[in-house]
Every structure is written in C-alpha cells, then in structure tokens.
Ligand binder design. Structure first.
Ligand code: SF4
Length: 332
C-alpha cells in the first residue's frame, strides 16, 4: 500500500519513526511535496478560517497527496508525555480533515496518547500496525526498528544538527559560523518549513551566523530551566520552547534570539511573552519577534531580519560608546 505522510506539523519531529515503521511493514511511504504557494493556498481554501497557519498548511499537504496514495496517515496526538498535553488542535485533526476535504482516500489515524503511560503509545502503534494488515509480532518488530531510527535522528539533533538539514539529507559541519550564533525559538513546523519561515535559517547562515534551535537543547536542561518557573507548564511543546529559550539566554549561548510565531497561536501568545520578560529583566540579549500568517510576504520579513542583524552588529561595534546624557556630562 502507498501511504502518504503530509510534510507538515509533527512530520519534522517524527518522520524517521513513521517512515521506518511503515516501510518495515512492507508499505511504500510517499511524502507530500515541499510547501509552495499552491500547497498553502489549497490548505487555506479547504480549512476553516479561524485555524492557525500550520493547521491550514496541514490541510494543503493532505490535498497534495490525494490521487498519489492509497491512504493518508493522520496522527491524532493528545499527549506526548505523562501528565502533559499538547495543543488541542492536534486532537481534532483527523475530524477536521474528514469534514473539510472531499475525495479523501482511506485515513490511517494513529491515536497517540501518553497522558497516563508511555506504554499506551507502544500499544497504539501495534494496534495501528495490525489495522493495516500486520501480525502483532510484526508490528512490535517494526516499532523496535522505527524507534532505533528515531533515536539516531534525535541524537544528531542534540549534537547540533537541525531537522531542516537532517530531513533534506545534508548534515552540516560548522558551516555558517563566524559572526555569532542566533537562537531560534519556534514550533518545528514553522522553523523548518522553508516556505513558511521564508528561508530564515539559510538567510542567517548566508549572513555568517550559526543557528541554535530548540531541538539542540537536551530535555534535562529544558526541565531544569522550567523548574524555576512559579507554576508547572503542562503544554509539552510550550515547555520545550520556553525551556530551550531560557537555556539559551541563561547560558549566554546566543548573540541574539528570534521568536518565529504563528498568528493566532494560543501557546505562543504566553510563551513568547514570558521569554521576552525574562530576557528584558535578566539577560538583555537582542531579540525579535516575527509573526507569520498566510499573508506574510518576503519583503517585510527580510526587512525585519536585516534590521535585527544590523542592530546586533552595530551594538557589538559601538557598545563602548558612552551617551552624552548622564554621568559623563554632569560628572560626579
Ligand atoms: S501550537 Fe499554535 S501553531 Fe501549533 S497547532 Fe496549536 S495553535 Fe497552531
């Protein structure tokens, strides 16, 4: 069977696992095309208006797979970690797709819910495998191999690779470094989709900056940074963004930090605010917030980015200048 995987949402986190699982069970995996204006437009046309940009884009990638595959894989993620949740938009995703898009092939829905126990996730994969024709023992074996592929991928990310490079098959070794490091905070489906992020990573590298992304920060560091907050964060991806941002700021690992956010994202609304407040109070590292939606254009985006880089470089070069206003004038 040809199984389509939409190149959107958590594709950037779990593609090695999903790809390996289905191929081990003898199926052919077909990924939707890279995002283009046509893919985004078809998502916008088929999705409800008030969904966020990444959900609209997911619809576009599903439409892109129609006619190319026998079934489309749609994960329903409720929780990826015990006692935590992820954005509710992931819970209703299969129903949104079914009600909004006509002419769909079969949907293969994975019910992924680790809220009580991680073993429930294991059971969900085995159940999914049997639903598409495998024996339970075959599904268990396929899951073991797929888990090994995913672990190898995650390890390379912790060593400094980005999902963008890994999924495009180009492992990077120290390129783009020299002028400094820019921390990027954003959901993977924004940062690593080159159309949506308007080539943010490539543009920074072209200006001589290396990037540090949330996937490069180890989970214990994220937990440690978030443990200092007055309340426990129960949104897993919100915690990841805030914890990795705080780790970058606290260790002064970056020369500047850019938040890439989607218009209408509830989680980003408070994560970005918290991170900016901590930064202003404690670290004062140059920062910029860039919010994207389906109307964002290259010109405005490039201007923001150029201004931010110029600001970092001017500040670096002229930090020692003393203002004419203050102690140097009035002397004491
Ligand atoms: S976390 Fe934000 S950007 Fe991601 S799906 Fe939810 S609302 Fe959309």
């Amino acid at each position: 069977m040809r199984i389509g995987i939409p190149r959107a949402l958590l594709y950037y986190n779990y593609y090695p696992l999903w790809h390996s699982f289905f191929e081990e069970l003898g199926h052919q995996v077909v990924t939707s095309s890279v995002t283009s204006k046509a893919v985004l437009d078809s998502g916008v046309m088929s999705c409800v208006d008030d969904a966020c940009l990444p959900i609209k884009l997911f619809h576009g990638h599903v439409v892109n797979l129609i006619g190319k595959v026998d079934a489309i894989f749609i994960p329903r993620l409720v929780s990826i970690c015990p006692e935590e949740y992820i954005c509710p938009k992931f819970i209703g995703l299969p129903e949104m797709i079914k009600s909004s898009i006509k002419g769909l092939p079969d949907l293969i829905v994975l019910n992924y819910n680790a809220h009580r126990n991680l073993k429930d996730v294991h059971r969900a994969y085995v159940e999914l495998g049997t639903r598409i024709g495998a024996k339970p023992s075959q599904a268990v074996k396929a899951l073991q191999k797929a888990t090994a592929s995913q672990q190898a991928y995650d390890l390379l990310l912790k060593e400094g690779q980005t999902p963008l490079d890994m999924l495009n098959g180009r492992k990077r070794i120290g390129e783009g470094e020299g002028k400094g490091i820019i921390g990027l905070i954003g959901h993977p489906y924004l940062l690593y989709d080159e159309f949506i992020s308007m080539g943010l990573i490539s543009k920074l590298r072209a200006r001589g900056y290396a990037v540090l992304v949330p996937e490069n920060i180890a989970q214990p560091q994220i937990e440690m940074a978030c443990a200092e907050l007055p309340k426990k964060l129960f949104w897993s991806y919100g915690k990841k963004l805030l914890g990795s941002g705080l780790t970058m700021l606290k260790g002064r690992k970056v020369d500047g930090i850019i938040f890439l956010s989607s218009f209408g994202c509830g989680i980003d609304a408070f994560i970005v605010e918290l991170l900016q407040r901590y930064n202003h109070r404690l670290y004062q590292i140059p920062s910029a917030l860039i919010t994207v939606d389906e109307h964002s254009g290259q010109a405005g985006f490039n201007t923001r980015l150029e201004a931010f880089i110029d600001m970092i470089e001017w500040r670096d070069g002229r930090e020692g200048y003393i203002s004419a206003h203050g102690a140097s004038v009035f002397g004491h």
